[in-house]
Each structure stands twice: as C-alpha cells, then as structure tokens.
Design a protein around this ligand. Structure first.
Ligand SMILES: Cc1ncc(COP(=O)(O)O)c(C=O)c1O
Length: 412
C-alpha cells in the first residue's frame, strides 16, 4: 500500500478526487509545481501569502509573479490583472486566504483559455465551497493542510485527477521524503497537546514572551529574514527542495519527514474530528462576521443561514500592529499576518512586482486574522481595546484593465 494511503482515502471521500498524502501542504504544492510547470515558468500568485509559499515556488525553479489583489479579501483580482500579464504567465496559484475562496470560476476560465494549469492552494480552505463545489476541485491540482485544521502539526494532501497521475506523484513524493526520526515523531505528536495545555492554563503570554527572549521564534517580524545573498546562491541549484530547505521548513521542520504509523494514526483520529471542527469554526465566523471589524462580504454572509467555515476571520482594523501586541496580554497570539506583501518583502530579484500593489499593501497592513474558535474572547478583547474598524479606500475611477472585482459571495 502506498505511504499514507488510509489518510489519502479519507480525503478522497471528502472531496471526490484522487489524493496523495504528504507530511505538509508545502510539500504537496512543491510536487504540483514540479509536475505541471517547467523550470523557469512564471507563476501568477497573490502577494498576500505566507512567505514559505514564495520559497516553495522558488525552490521549484519558478518565477513568482505578483498579482493585483482584491482589497476585500487579499486574493487575486482576475479583472485587475492586465491583459499583457495574462499573456505572460504559465500557471496560476490561488491562496484562498484564511479560507475565503479565490475567484476560482473566473481563474479556471482564464487558465483554460490560455491552456495553463491552475494550482489551488487550499491549505486554509478545507470546508470552503463555491456554488456548492468544494475548493480544491476546481484546479489541475490542489494542496490541503491538516496543520491548519483539527490542531494537527503535520499532514497534507495533493488532490489530482486520475489514478495514474496519483501514482506518478506518489513516486515523486517518495523521492523527496526524508527518513523518519523517532524524536521528530514524538515532537509532532506532543506539540498539539503542549499548545492546548498552554492555552488551558492561561500561559500564552509568559510562554510567548519567554520564547521571544530566548530567540526560539523563527520570525522576528511577520516575515522571516530573507538572507538575500544565500537565497541568490540557492537559485543556482533550483529546482531543488534541499537548496531551499532553510526557508521552506520555517514553522514546520518535519515538512518532508516520513512520519511513522503513530503520527499517521493520530492524524486519522484528528481527521475524523474534522466536521466538528468545521462546525465550531462556522459558529465563530457567525459571531465575528456580525462585528464592525468584519469585511462587508463577511457581514452579508453572516445574515445567511450557513456562514462559511473559515480558518481565520480577516478583521479590518486601524493600528493593527499595536493591537496585535495588546492582544498578547489577553492571552492571544495572532499568527498568519502576511505583511508586507511578498513583492515588497522579497524585492524584484526574487518576486516580480505587482503592477498595482496598493490593495495588497492596504489589506496586508490592516488585517487582523482572528481565530473563529476564539471568537468571543477576540470580540471581548477588541471591544476593551477600543479597536477602530478600517475600510479599504475604494478607487473612484477604475480603469478598464484595473477594475476592482466586487467581493465574491462566500460559500458554505
Ligand atoms: C496559504 C498557505 N499555504 C500553504 C501553507 C503550508 O501549509 P503546511 O504548513 O501544511 O505546509 C501555509 C502555511 O501556513 C499557508 O499559510
């Protein structure tokens, strides 16, 4: 039986596509990019994304091209991508940021017209649907992350069409996996327990400050250090996962580990809890969407019977950075802040700049990603801190090529 096939079968039952199990979504994305893009290809992506994903694209030997985004959700705004840019890309990578769906129907149509692959990053979006169809079933391939759901600290999938493609990718994956280490397996199993213990004992604040003081956090800021000269050196070896490992492994050092049966068994158990997790998220999204900090798209969704199940709820606030610091005093550390946008962070040598970076900059600077599982605590804390809601500046005279697409109606 192929490695991780029981987990893969569980995922296939959820989304109806052939799935390859991977220890992380980043490895799944790397596999997809290697399989469907030739080295040197240009990949259109949102600059409001995890820096790790930029390094995955670079590791695959590709050029990350930064797209204009919607100021409402940070995902690619297909209508704002100039025609000249469409003609010069070889693939599109979505984000489904925080679980809010990309404009996948339009992106799929464009990719089909151009004859290029659409790779879906569904890491934040298990449980997101567009018109009743799950995110992760629109593209040529889709990557999922278990780390973002059910409090796992490992696990991912690559969803593809056809058993033959799946088998091909399983072989490619097996070549990239590193041997299992018992210590790493133990850490992977114990980490979620340690996390929930810290939370239950209200130790978030002292633990966070201690980790900061001891230099145990891999990022001093929202972005990891770029180490440009070293990165340029790695480019000479691309495509190569190993050459980019110092960047790609950040936050998840076991991203390519061949975890043993114990870790995989634990993931099966956690995956069986997924529907309950999604339901609890939905309840939290309903609460947060009714607040003044929610985006208009979310507020409209809150009025409906079934709010979406999001990984994080992007709240738009003034003075976001100061608020984040004060939230630590309320026992909450908000991760997944993608500021500055990737083109500002990496520079033109490593990321082709967006033709219109303004919306990405605004969204990245004002978004506070709130965990819907902590909705009540977040609302209480933001109320006590008198957080001021922010609204994106709406362009008054959009050019035909740069018109802003209205927010996508959110799926279930
Ligand atoms: C948008 C996005 N895609 C992919 C990943 C990678 O997921 P994993 O940690 O499972 O490799 C992350 C990680 O945070 C992410 O934020």
């Amino acid at each position: 039986m192929p490695y991780g096939s029981r987990l893969a079968a569980m995922m296939t039952r959820r989304i109806g596509r052939e799935c390859v199990y991977t220890p992380s979504a980043r490895l799944a994305l790397y596999l997809a990019l290697r399989r469907w893009c030739r080295p040197g290809a240009r990949v259109l992506m949102s600059p409001v994304n995890d820096d790790v994903i930029l390094f995955v694209v670079l590791a695959a030997g590709l050029r990350p091209v930064q797209a204009p985004v919607s100021p409402w959700d940070g995902n690619i705004d297909p209508a704002a991508v100039p025609e000249s840019m469409w003609r010069n890309v070889d693939a599109v990578l979505t984000t489904n940021l925080y679980g809010i769906p990309d404009r996948v129907v339009e992106l799929r149509r464009r990719c089909d017209q151009l004859g290029i692959p659409l790779i879906e990053d569904a890491a934040h979006a298990i449980g997101t649907h567009v018109d009743g169809q799950p995110i992760g079933t629109f593209g040529t391939a889709a990557a999922f992350s278990l780390s973002k759901h059910v409090a796992a600290t490992a696990g991912g999938f690559l969803a593809v069409d056809g058993a033959r493609t799946r088998r091909e990718l399983e072989l490619l994956r097996d070549d990239l996996l590193t041997p299992r280490r018992l210590r790493a397996d133990l850490a992977t199993t114990l980490r979620p327990l340690a996390r929930s213990t810290v939370r239950t004992l209200h130790l978030v604040r002292p633990v966070w400050h201690t980790m900061q003081r001891l230099g145990l956090l891999e990022r001093d800021d929202f972005r990891m250090a770029l180490h440009a000269p070293r990165l340029a050196g790695s480019a000479r070896q691309a495509p190569s996962l190993t050459a980019y490992e110092p960047w790609v492994r950040v936050d998840l050092h076991g991203f390519r580990s061949r975890h043993g049966a114990f870790v995989r068994g634990q993931l099966e158990w956690r995956m069986a809890l997924l529907d309950g997790d999604l339901a609890r998220r939905r309840a939290g999204v309903a609460l947060l969407s009714g607040t003044a900090w929610a985006t208009p798209a979310l507020r409209e969704g809150a009025a409906s019977d079934s709010p979406p199940s999001l990984f994080r709820v992007p709240l738009l606030v003034h003075d976001r950075d100061a608020l984040l610091e004060r939230l630590v005093n309320h026992g909450m550390v908000a991760g997944y802040v993608y500021d500055p946008p990737l083109d500002d962070y990496a520079g033109a040598e490593f990321a082709e700049p967006s033709p219109d970076p303004s919306a990405a900059r605004w969204f990245a600077a004002h978004t506070l990603p709130a965990d819907p599982l902590l909705a009540r605590r977040v609302i209480n804390a933001l109320t006590r801190e008198r957080a001021a809601p922010a609204r994106p500046p709406v362009p008054t005279t959009p050019l035909p090529d740069t018109a802003t697409t209205p927010p996508t109606p959110l799926g279930q």
